[in-house]
Write a new protein. Structure first.
Length: 118
């Protein structure tokens, strides 16, 4: 994943395409809070964790309704991920690569992209 805002937004958009997002979700704002060192796997972890937080919230609400005698079956489509789910997930996910590793990868990219094919 590139470290640019637009590339991270594209990845987040792809990763969340099957999720039901709340009206308040702004993936660009999520990307702005992402570390430039986030890998695709890190962004996936943020999205998966956000979905899990939304699912846990829904299950908690459903259990409360069940105790009141208003139990309703739930499906994955009932899970709506909010902006706060993403923000909470981001605070729990650290980048998997360091600045030093990123610099090393950039050096390799430059070195090998500068060579012309034979």
């Amino acid at each position: 994943v590139g470290s640019s805002l637009s590339s991270q937004v594209k990845v987040l958009t792809a990763l969340t395409r099957k999720m039901k997002l709340g009206e308040n979700v702004d993936l660009e704002a999520v990307a702005k809070r992402c570390s430039k060192n986030y890998t695709g796997a890190d962004l996936y972890a943020v999205c998966a964790d956000a979905w899990q937080k939304a699912a846990e919230r829904l299950i908690g609400a459903a259990e409360e309704e069940g105790r009141r005698g208003n139990a309703q079956p739930l499906t994955q489509e009932d899970v709506i991920v909010s902006q706060s789910d993403f923000l909470d997930a981001q605070s729990a996910i650290a980048p998997s690569i360091t600045d030093e590793m990123l610099a090393s990868y950039d050096e390799l990219r430059v070195k090998f992209s500068a060579k012309s094919p034979k």
